[in-house]
Ligand binder design. Structure first.
Ligand SMILES: [Fe+2]
Length: 342
């Protein structure tokens, strides 16, 4: 009965929130998802033997290695979404295997022999508007995949300002990751690791790309696109990419958290730096979703509070007074930042 309930929740989740949300909401221990078709379903574009090895050996190994690497670590509490978002703080084993699990889970679902591009769909209209035509997009994706040195992925993704863009990433990275220079939510990922094509195409990555780009499940890509546009994850990525906020956050975390333990030395040494970072935040560009009167007021309050705190430190105020002021500043900061991760 319990299993039936879980299954019902899963099906409802997929129906109402889409594949990507269900995937990124996954938690440790991660599970190999079912392949949505048989190994030979994409013949002749993808031969059955390649599909079998790719799914049952490579993807399975990413999932297994990820679970082994996460066991007993702090990051075992992270969802797959958080493992992507904060990839920069992970060791290489967790980062590569978490990316491998996410990327391949998407890859299986964006392939089909029977789901042609529809210029009237939402993704169809956006592709034509952004790139001019499907052929132009294919050329960009093909170039991104062909020029990615070594192993990696080519991506069509939604940027934080809700536009379509193309990029490639090394290894098992993807645009959700904080280590990626291009940030956003992938709607279509093409695996350009040799294990994806070598048995059939040998060294001819270009031939593989030409074929696989004609083997896209555009219905799924359209669903991924619609979901990405509405996803709260896009706003999180936008905030996480706000460099001036991150810089301020770093100094705030390194001064406020010791003060909670009664150690005021960091803030006494760095109150001027904290003020400088607050001013940097005030003078910089605010990402579009956060450019509101409330956020602007919070940033102005942050600067005022940092000025007052710095003056207290200069005048060698007592620990209790400084601690109280720093606590107030931390509260103001979190009206912008949300929950602290430090
Ligand atoms: Fe792969």
């Amino acid at each position: 009965m319990k299993n039936m309930k879980c299954y019902t929740i899963l099906v409802l989740s997929i129906l109402f929130t889409g594949f990507n949300s269900v995937l990124t909401a996954q938690n440790y221990p991660f599970k190999l998802p079912e392949l949505p078709y048989g190994y030979d379903a994409l013949e002749p574009a993808v031969d059955a033997r390649t599909m079998e090895i790719h799914y049952s050996k490579h993807h399975a190994a990413y999932v297994n290695n990820l679970n082994v690497a996460l066991k007993g670590t702090r990051q075992a509490d992270y969802s797959l979404e958080e493992l992507m978002l904060y990839a920069g703080e992970l060791n290489d084993v967790i980062r590569n295997n978490a990316g491998g699990h996410y990327n391949h889970s998407m890859f299986w679902n964006v392939l089909s022999l029977n789901s042609p591009f529809n210029g009237q769909s939402e993704i169809g209209k956006a592709v034509n508007e952004t790139f001019g035509s499907l052929d132009s997009l294919k050329r960009l994706l093909s170039k991104a995949g062909a020029t990615r040195f070594g192993s990696g992925w080519a991506w069509l993704y939604v940027t934080t300002d809700k536009k379509l863009a193309v990029c490639s990433s090394p290894n098992q990275d993807n645009p959700i990751m904080d280590v990626s220079p291009e940030r956003g939510i992938p709607v279509l990922g093409i695996d350009v690791w040799e294990h994806a094509y070598y048995l059939k195409y040998q060294n001819k990555r270009g031939d593989y790309l030409a074929t696989i780009l004609n083997t896209i499940n555009w219905e799924t890509v359209n669903r991924n696109y619609m979901e990405a546009l509405a996803s709260p994850l896009l706003k999180i990525i936008e905030k996480e990419s706000w460099t001036a906020l991150n810089i301020f956050h770093e100094v705030m975390a390194e001064t406020f958290h010791p003060s909670e333990e009664g150690n005021l030395k960091p803030i006494r040494e760095r109150s001027g730096e904290l003020l400088a970072k607050a001013r940097l935040l005030q003078s910089g560009t605010i990402p579009p979703s956060f450019d509101t009167p409330e956020i602007k007021k919070s940033i102005d309050d942050l600067v005022k509070g940092a000025i007052a705190l710095n003056q207290m430190v200069v005048k060698k105020a007592d620990d209790k007074t400084i601690s109280k002021k720093l606590g107030d500043l931390h509260d103001t900061f979190h009206t912008i930042q949300g929950l602290c991760r430090h």
